[in-house]
Design a binder for this molecule. Sequence first.
Ligand code: 13P
Length: 250
Amino acid sequence: MRQTLVMGNWKLNGSKAMVSELIGALKAPAAAHPTVSVAICPPVLFLDQAQQLLADSAIALGAQDADLHSSGAFTGENSAVMYQEFGVRYVLVGHSERRTLHQEDDATVAAKFAAIQAANLVPVLCIGETLAQFEANETQAVVERQLAAVIESNGINALAKAVIAYEPVWAIGTGKTATPEIAQTVHSQIRQFLAKQDADIAAKVQILYGGSVNGASAAGLFAMADIDGALVGGAALKADEFAAIISAGA
Ligand code: 13P
């Protein structure tokens, strides 16, 4: 049985006051639903503060990206090895905003995935198609290509210690959630693709859905057989909405 994982991606949002207020408001709903794993990914500047605020909580910490190097002359970057000192468990990799706005290709995503695992952290591999690809019926081909790039360089066993997040680009920040049926179809295709290489890993890997998830849409998504949780953007910045998503996963 796969555990439901509800993860908040705060993106480029936050302030010291907001981190303290939001974490303060999320501790009780997370503690009230111990069967649901909860994680938040604040901007790296707030990891230290978040780690301290979460000391007495089961809410896990995540980061939104990591450089493919552990240290060196890479101005502006942060590494997975550094995250170890802040109690970080998860690191997003290949988010569509990184792929599009920072020109990260499949090879870069695969190398970052390896760097995250080398630091004993859990990569959350984000995959998903654009609106044009969705309309051209290319969704399955796109997500399989994105998965294959990681498997070819890291091996199928690497997926045993990773999380996958299916995030259709057309659903991110648009208010257009994929229907539970559309999302389930893709999640099932992802699991079947992995099963061709390793049935056990395919059955165990958590596959999250992301794209305009909110308190109202979460339960319908979580009811689907292959949807194991959510990667939440905008609604993760509102304590009551995020709490509603956590409770929908229980
Ligand atoms: P929204 O929930 O704001 O659509 O963002 C989804 C996302 O990109 C999470 O990584």
